[in-house]
Design a protein around this ligand. Sequence first.
Ligand SMILES: [Zn+2]
Length: 91
Amino acid sequence: MNFNKCSRCGNFYVSEGNVCPKCSPKDNRELSTFKEYIDANGLNNSLDTISGETGISVKNLNRFLNYEGFEQYKQNIDLNSTIGNQGIIFN
Ligand SMILES: [Zn+2]
């Protein structure tokens, strides 16, 4: 049996998915909010700004970017991000 650790609440669970069954509805809701935001605004803003506008924490936004289907967006935000993290390359 495989135990997964929920990325939202830290609880262990055995079902499929990125988060535990308890967090799953909220995670899906935030994920679609994030996708709608990207569709409407693109990923030109920093995750800090997106977090402020969507109410989704930066930690969760980062996690969503690792979800399937976000690869293209992730490349985008790595280049454009204004957040002070290691993802920024100074030329
Ligand atoms: Zn959870």
